[in-house]
Design a protein around this ligand. Structure first.
Ligand SMILES: NC(=O)c1ccc[n+]([C@@H]2O[C@H](COP(=O)([O-])OP(=O)(O)OC[C@H]3O[C@@H](n4cnc5c(N)ncnc54)[C@H](OP(=O)(O)O)[C@@H]3O)[C@@H](O)[C@H]2O)c1
Length: 326
């Protein structure tokens, strides 16, 4: 496939390495500043660069959006309305209203759209799901997971700026929520959220206690001001599964009584290749969404995050009706 990348920040190098590693091409890069985009293009041997999304999307098979959260929606809609399939970084958008606009654009133009929640494509999770389905840990009753790193407070950075929909939930909290969703495969019944807010009102550190049907629980955490344990643990009635670095996992440890088994699924490149292969598969089969990260999956994750933000009092400028496309 020939890809356009939108944004040229930190994460794009993972995408470029994975795409090229499996034989795809990155042929264009769009940025908000031509000179910076051009420098990036030269450094990464990308043919075309600039600010004009539509011009740059000519002749590509799909676009990968990796801009700050509040910039996903408009870029995706512009591309979808012009027939360009979109793989958009997580979270798909800032809130449910934006996500619905993106899904409508994909639906109306019959063009593929998928949130780049790469964790859902990692091969290790097929093994985890299989292990659970075979009843090897009994019914899962507890998911514990956290993802947090200590980033210095900087009101202008993407991580901390409310205008760019910063904060830990949208940046990293979405991963523990995804793990709980992968295990329980259903919507929560009750959520208790507590957070430490930054001076600008984004969540620096968040703790979640969530109840799922059958009184199964999830204890989840995220932070941009603290290094958290960064592991995942699933406890069932007769065993457990430990998943170190669960968002990019290559290993899982299955425990039943005193028997511990290690399962390993090393990434082919860096883990991003699986979601890129999934886009390729879906496009070649004429699908507009992937069953692995369906529109409904992104929609329900966003509804959940909107609910959590409401509980902890985090409101972004993008949440106001008149702030579309800020
Ligand atoms: N899947 C993963 O493991 C993973 C990991 C990290 C991040 N992400 C996601 O990837 C996306 C980008 O994250 P990142 O860490 O790559 O971000 P980053 O390093 O801050 O880069 C952001 C990019 O967006 C551009 N941009 C466009 N409008 C902007 C604006 N108004 N303010 C600031 N930057 C703007 C920046 O261009 P300039 O050069 O002009 O500033 C830069 O190219 C986010 O959705 C994030 O959640 C995913």
């Amino acid at each position: 496939m020939r890809w356009l990348i939108v944004g040229h920040g930190k994460i794009t190098s993972n995408f470029i390495d994975a795409a090229r590693g499996i034989g795809h091409q990155v042929v264009a890069v769009a940025g908000r500043n031509s000179e910076r985009a051009s420098n990036f293009a030269i450094k990464n041997e990308i043919e075309k660069s600039g600010e004009d999304l539509l011009l740059l999307s000519e002749g590509v098979d799909a676009a990968y959006i990796a801009t700050p959260h509040s910039k996903h929606c408009n870029a995706a809609i512009t591309l979808l309305e012009n027939g360009v399939p979109v793989l958009c970084e997580k979270p798909l958008a800032v809130n449910q209203r934006e996500v619905e606009r993106m899904i409508n654009a994909a639906e109306e133009s019959k063009i593929f759209l998928m949130e780049a929640m790469w964790t859902r494509h990692l091969p290790i999770y097929e093994k985890v799901a299989d292990h659970i389905k075979k009843g090897r840990i009994g019914e899962p009753k507890l998911v514990e997971a956290s993802l947090g790193f200590n980033s210095p407070y900087d009101p202008k950075s993407r991580l901390w700026d409310p205008k760019l929909a910063g904060g830990s939930l949208l940046d990293v909290g979405i991963y523990p929520l995804t793990l709980a969703d992968l295990i329980y495969e259903t919507s929560p019944e009750k959520i208790l959220s507590l957070a430490e807010l930054s001076p600008d009102g984004v969540d620096a550190h968040l703790s979640l206690l969530i109840q799922y049907p059958n009184s199964s629980l999830a204890k989840l955490g995220s932070a941009i001001n603290l290094s958290l344990p960064n592991g995942g643990l699933i406890v069932g009635e007769s065993g457990s599964i430990e998943i170190p670095y669960f968002w990019c996992a290559q290993k899982a440890f299955f425990t039943q009584v005193s028997n511990k088994e290690e399962i390993s699924e090393p990434h082919q490149i860096n883990g991003f290749e699986y979601q890129i292969q999934e886009v390729n598969r879906c496009l070649s089969e004429g699908l507009t969404q992937s069953p692995k990260v369906s529109w409904e999956c992104s929609r329900s994750m966003t509804q959940l995050m909107d609910q959590i933000r409401h509980q902890i009092g985090v409101r972004y400028p993008a949440d106001s009706e008149d702030q579309d496309g800020i």
